[in-house]
Design a protein around this ligand. Structure first.
Ligand code: MV4
Length: 540
């Protein structure tokens, strides 16, 4: 597909084959491991970089070589593009994979990498810039015929323009920062009198956060779904899509569960959104992995919002249903090869769901949790995939993203995928750090999720549906059980039960009187578990 209306900088580079034998992975945790796995399968050597907090991390152990960057804070380690490029040169790497977050969407970093004669595994700096400037992106998408949310085509500078444009669009409107993205620097304005004060605050916030106070306006869509489309381009001008991911289960712009296909889309809408996503990527001569974010309103109208110019956290669900290794494709495209499949050869099978396990306390304001992981059991079995950098003994601190693991499942259909995920979640044990695991279980079996009728506001507008359930009756029952347990354990002090086995010889069977067994040896030393006290035949 030829790319039209592109500047020379955005046109696909000459597809000269490039040497790719050793890849430096400029990231940490599960995504660094994920990238290294595909590298290894392709016979490529890997270089890890790490901060002092990550000396013992799995990504360091998985790599062929590892280079220390600096102290734990990202600003002194994973965000130090200069040190990362130097590490690549020192180790003889020929390419850098940025993962996601950190430097992955920083066009200056891309230029630094290329100036050093290295290959950046991702799109061009120009494509990142075109999509990073939201007003510029809207202009280009409108020109390409991709639907965007009704709004302004130009920055809104003065108060008169703000008022005129807001009235033309119609309230409620949303004020957004052109340099923004994600959830930063946006404001909902419901009435004309709120407009100017909101714009003033938004402008100074954007100026502080991004060094650019440029604003634009959009019609505010109420309770939209957030559905994104995975695209892939090569340096020969081909662009394909790999279907959508439903990402509406989120709170505070933090995604919690993603699934594909979206329960909302029919084949017609899916095809229309896929075609729009391909058109958007082709219009800027895009190559490598990208994602087009759309909002879908209650009338099932879709509007492009933003383009993410990187591999995304939730890419595993696309891999599960398509069978495509997206990192492999990134590496192939970066070395100048053509996409391995044409659009009609990309076929999805089954239903995939991803749950994000976060180190946070969902029952106490979702505060970030820290600690040392002392026991860890991860799920497995049919159709289960785990992406994580966790290991027993790992310290979870506050320096990096709180996401600990991604649990993904593939099954024949949506109900089977939900059942499989519920099963997988029950197989997880993690102690030493509080996680959102109980919250994930509650969301998974909630009515909005099981029915597929949820939107981006559901988690935040109906928190009671996902909250820890307590009631006077339930609390009374818990109190009864605790009292009974305390009673039994008191009477049986010294009752020795071998861990997981039959009661030890002579250890109080039948009498149940305190003190008949060995008087020494607490539960910890005997290895006795409280459940053993309730084994059939084990009661007095
Ligand atoms: C919107 C919107 C409604 N109408 N724009 C939030 C993050 C940024 N990427 C764009 N966002 C939104 N833009 C218009 N015109 C609602 C959101 C929004 C949202 C979007 C995607 C996923 C979750 C969200 C949660 C709240 C608001």
């Amino acid at each position: 597909m030829p790319a039209r209306r592109t500047t020379s900088a955005a046109r696909p580079a000459a597809p000269a084959a490039r040497r790719l034998e050793k890849v430096l992975v400029a990231n940490r945790g599960e995504i660094a491991l994920r990238v290294m796995r595909s590298c290894r399968e392709m016979g490529l050597r890997t270089v890890a970089v790490y901060s002092d907090a990550d000396r013992a991390a799995l990504h360091v152990r998985a790599a062929y070589q590892a280079v220390r960057l600096g102290p734990a804070p990202s600003s002194e380690s994973y965000l130090r593009g200069d040190l990362i490029v130097q590490a690549a040169l020192d180790t003889g790497a020929d390419a850098i994979h940025p993962g996601f977050g950190f430097l992955s969407e920083n066009p200056d970093f891309v230029r630094q990498v290329e100036a050093a004669g290295l290959t950046f595994i991702g799109p061009t700096a120009a494509a990142m810039e075109a999509m990073g400037d939201k007003i510029e992106a809207r202009r280009r998408m409108i020109a390409a015929g991709v639907p965007v949310v009704p709004g302004t085509a130009d920055p809104v500078e003065d108060d008169a323009t703000l008022q005129r444009e807001a009235a033309r669009i119609g309230f409620p409107v949303m004020i957004k920062a052109s340099a923004g993205g994600g959830g930063k620097g946006i404001r909902i304005v419901r009435t004309p009198d709120e407009l100017l004060p909101a714009a003033r605050r938004a402008r100074s916030e954007a100026q502080n956060a991004f060094g650019d106070g440029t604003l634009y306006l959009e019609k505010y869509l109420e309770e939209p779904r957030h559905i994104e489309v995975q695209v892939f381009g090569d340096m020969h001008g081909s662009v394909v899509h790999l279907g959508e991911r439903e990402c509406s289960v989120q709170r505070r712009h933090q995604k919690v569960i993603e699934e594909r296909p979206s329960p909302l889309l029919d084949e017609e809408l899916r095809a229309a959104m896929g075609a729009a996503a391909v058109k958007a990527a082709a219009a800027i001569g895009y190559h490598n992995a990208g994602t087009l974010e759309f909002l879908v309103d209650r009338h099932k109208h879709f509007y492009m919002l933003e383009m993410n110019t990187r591999l995304q956290v939730e890419h595993p669900i696309t891999e599960l249903t398509s069978g495509v290794d997206l990192v492999r494709w990134q590496l192939l495209v970066a070395r100048g090869e053509r996409l391995p499949l044409r659009q009609e050869q990309i076929v999805h099978r089954g239903h995939a769901i991803e749950c994000r396990l976060y180190a946070e306390d969902a029952d106490h304001g979702f505060l970030p949790a820290t600690g040392r992981v002392d026991r860890l059991e991860l799920p497995g079995g049919p159709g289960v995939r785990v992406d994580t950098g966790l290991f027993e003994g790992m310290e979870v601190g506050l320096h990096y993203d709180p996401m600990l693991a991604k649990i993904s499942v593939l099954a024949d259909d949506r109900p089977a995928a939900i059942a499989r995920m519920a099963r997988a979640l029950t197989e997880i044990t993690i102690t030493g750090v509080t996680t959102n695991l109980p919250f994930l279980r509650r969301v998974l079996r909630s009515e909005p999720f099981t029915s597929g009728r949820y939107d981006t506001s559901t988690l935040e507008s109906r928190p009671e549906l996902f909250a820890l359930q307590t009631s006077p009756r339930r609390e009374r029952d818990v109190a009864y059980i605790a009292a009974a347990l305390a009673h039994v354990l008191r009477r049986r002090r010294g009752f020795v039960v071998q861990r997981g086995g039959a009661p030890a010889a002579g250890a109080g069977t039948g009498t149940g009187l305190g003190g008949t067994g060995p008087a020494t040896g607490g539960a910890g030393q005997s290895g006795r578990r409280w459940v053993d006290a309730f084994r059939p035949g084990g009661t007095p």
